[in-house]
Design a protein around this ligand. Structure first.
Ligand code: AN7
Length: 360
């Protein structure tokens, strides 16, 4: 067995495919190289002959796929001499920006919507020492403010309108193709700003163009019903969903995502909050994989489309699980019946033995 192959993050790994040179000071936390887990119990339950893989991006350093893009964006910001970065965020971008800024030794300003960011994400932004600017408005309003402020102040925007973000995020597609030895038939993602679906498509096209693979997937984007501008065909002004990560009504990569849909012969669809939560719970219970609500939209949508036959049997399907379940403990506990019935018993061998015997 080879030894000494320390993984040093995706910029090191994919240097030849990214806009860096030998002199670039790389800002990395070891992001990327996440597990591609083949589901076993859920396909059995479905009774369908189908290969479903989940790409568990929640295992990145700050618990979401954002780290792939953020390591590139912050590396380039530092290279360009920037001393402060700024973003608007539903939570994960701010956690990631805050961490990479800390690592680089620069300042991070994060605009977050009051009351609509999951507790884990808020804890992260605070712990990493970001300048938190809470607004009484939603993500879309925050994003517009960030664009304006960046014209007035010496700060680099690290939302996905920063092109280096998508460069970093495309590497998730590289990893999938390398592991499968091919592109999947379908790739399903949750869609908010649509940066990630666009980045994946870039990655797939790049490897196909270079002859690494000779196929590319159908790209499928799933939104939450109350926050589904791609289904409405226009921007949504008051987006609402329990999946706060994708509570976005004015997607920043609007045009790009429509191109992805067209070029890949893909589609968009929407899910109710209840469908999203049911799938989040099912994935945890059946497979031992805990993702945040927004992430479960990819699998929830895929399962529905497999059931109806829109995604045919015999397909290889990859669903991106964009964020870790620990990001949003409140929503998780809130949907577990056990949380309501949980009561203490005496700390005695007799009582505990009785409790175990009652359930085996
Ligand atoms: C878990 O953090 O936009 O379609 O500000 O956190 O590329 O926007 C988060 C987005 C999916 C949607 N899943 O990805 C932010 C933010 C999770 C996310 C998305 C987000 P895009």
């Amino acid at each position: 067995m080879a030894i000494g192959n320390r993984y040093l993050g995706l910029i090191d790994r994919y240097r030849d495919h990214l806009p860096v040179n030998d002199d670039t000071r790389v800002i990395s936390l070891g992001e990327g190289n996440t597990p591609l887990i083949k589901l076993k119990n859920i396909p059995n339950l479905l009774g369908k002959d189908i290969d479903i893989y989940v790409k568990y991006e929640g295992l990145n350093p700050t618990g979401s796929f954002k780290d792939r893009g953020m390591c590139m964006a912050v590396t380039k910001a530092v290279e360009d001499g920037s001393e402060a970065i700024i973003c608007a965020s539903t939570g994960n971008t701010s956690a990631s920006a805050a961490a990479y800024a800390a690592r680089a030794g620069i300042k991070a300003f994060v605009l977050i919507p009051e009351g609509k960011i999951a507790m884990g994400k808020l804890a992260q932004a605070m712990m990493y020492g970001a300048e938190i600017i809470q607004i009484s408005g939603n993500f879309d309003e925050g994003m517009e403010l960030v664009k304006q402020v960046a014209k007035e102040a010496p700060v680099t925007i690290v939302n996905s309108i920063n092109p280096f973000r998508l460069q970093g995020q495309k590497t998730a597609a590289f990893e999938i193709m390398e592991e499968l030895g091919t592109a999947p038939d379908y790739h399903c993602l949750p869609v908010g700003n649509a940066g990630n679906i666009s980045a994946h498509w870039m990655g797939y096209c790049e490897y196909k163009k270079n002859g690494v693979v000779n196929n590319s997937p159908v790209m499928v984007g799933y939104q939450a019903e109350g926050s589904a501008p791609f289904m409405r065909g226009k921007m949504v002004d008051d987006p609402e969903t329990i999946a706060t990560a994708i509570r976005i009504g004015h997607p920043q990569s609007w045009d790009k995502a429509w191109v992805v849909k067209k070029e890949s012969n893909g589609w968009f669809d929407e899910l109710t909050d209840q469908e999203i939560l049911n799938t989040q719970k099912m994935l945890s219970e059946q497979e031992g994989v805990f993702c945040e609500p927004a992430s479960a939209a990819s699998l929830a949508g895929a399962l529905r489309d497999i059931k109806t036959g829109k995604i045919p049997e015999g397909s290889k399907v990859v669903c991106t699980l964009t964020g870790n379940g620990l990001k949003d403990p409140d929503t998780a506990i809130g949907q577990c019946q056990q949380a309501e019935t949980l009561k203490s018993i005496p700390a005695t061998l007799e009582a505990v033995t009785k409790a175990v015997l009652a359930e085996v």
